[in-house]
Design a protein around this ligand. Structure first.
Ligand code: AMP
Length: 333
């Protein structure tokens, strides 16, 4: 548990800050995913069980239907409530991505994150880029201070949900021995995996029809960038939420010869913004995403483009990247 030991000092500071704070407010990023929802709810539950006299709030304007089974957020509160709170922001690399802008009202901010530390916006920043999920960090926090902190089944389920979803069911690059040791700790707390997996992975009949349609319409650049375009009309035709439509990027994750794949999903916003979800094997895509108003992890990034020309330009750049990679590497499959 090397990284964990290296970061012991900042973790101890965070625990001390938590001990001293009568009120703690938790924050996450826009477009909530399993990791940011699991990490905030998991930490909230740990803190509520451990310190029943503290007020621990999670307030956010955005909710995810897919993750609704993890329970609702708290009701909005007046601005004064934020002012004397300790704010903890989870799973969010830069301040602009924090979904509840009122986080800035908190008297002190702690950042806990596993993305590249582009902006240490916290008064205290605990960032471990090699962690597979922010939920893994919360689990590591619990593990380090388990003599004081309490973990119930609900907290463990939230954290396990985030670890499973952010690691592609423990398959991606960031998964380490420590990931599995911490996941084991959560399982020991009574996670009902069968129910959890049903909540996460059962799909609607219409979704499978949509998948079939997309496979029919999937494209591929000359050197191996698979791509899908999902317009608003398609989302309406198949009765899909934006979130469900966005999940289609994973349909392209195992095509031989395609080292990079991306989904373009129309947001329906007035400015014509198109969300891009970029994924890759072997060659990093985050620098490419950064050139198109985005960023993220080496092999999983997001971006925003406007109009067909930008879609084409992004695909052309990605195609060139793959071409060069294939020319200079072997065994890329
Ligand atoms: P997504 O495909 O939207 O799930 O994004 C993949 C990863 O890239 C996520 O972990 C996000 O944190 C990150 N990401 C997505 N969009 C952006 C953005 N506009 N700026 C920085 N990072 C992003």
């Amino acid at each position: 548990m090397g990284a964990q030991t290296d970061n012991r000092a900042v973790m101890e500071t965070i625990l001390q800050k938590i001990r001293e704070a009568p009120r703690i407010m938790l924050f996450r990023h826009y477009r909530p995913d399993g990791d940011c929802v699991g990490a905030t709810k998991g930490l909230q539950e740990i803190l509520r069980c451990t310190y029943p006299d503290k007020e621990v709030l999670l307030i956010d304007g955005e909710r995810s239907d897919y993750l609704a089974f993890l329970g609702p957020d708290d009701a909005p509160v007046p601005d004064e409530v934020y002012a004397d709170a300790l704010g903890i922001v989870l799973d969010t690399g830069n301040a602009a991505r924090i979904s509840n802008p009122k986080y800035a009202l908190c008297r002190e901010i702690i950042k806990i994150d596993h993305h590249i530390n582009v902006e240490p916006y916290g008064d205290y920043n605990w960032v471990e880029e090699e962690r597979s999920a922010a939920c893994e960090m919360v689990a590591a926090f619990y593990a380090m201070f388990r003599e004081e902190l309490k973990l119930n089944r609900r907290a463990a389920t939230c954290l396990y949900a985030g670890m499973v979803t952010d690691s592609g069911r423990f398959r991606y690059e960031g998964v380490s021995g420590d990931t599995l040791r911490l996941a084991a700790l959560l399982l020991d707390a009574g996670v009902d995996r069968e129910r959890l997996y049903a909540h996460l992975y059962l799909r609607e009949f219409e979704t499978l029809k949509f998948q079939a349609y997309l496979y029919e319409h999937m494209g591929r650049t000359p050197h191996g960038v698979a791509h899908l375009y999902v317009g608003c009309d398609m989302q309406a035709a198949f009765g899909l939420t934006f979130e469900a439509a966005s999940a289609c990027v994973s349909y392209m994750d195992s095509i031989r010869g395609c080292l990079c794949w991306m989904a373009f999903i129309e947001t329906g916003e007035a400015d014509g913004a198109i969300r891009v979800r970029l994924r890759s094997r072997f060659l990093p895509v985050n620098r490419l995403a950064e050139r198109y108003r985005g960023g993220g992890h080496a092999f999983a990034s997001g971006a925003t483009v406007y109009g067909e020309d930008e879609v084409r330009a992004l695909l052309a750049e990605a195609d060139e990247m793959v071409r060069m990679y294939k020319e200079t590497h072997e065994d890329w499959m």
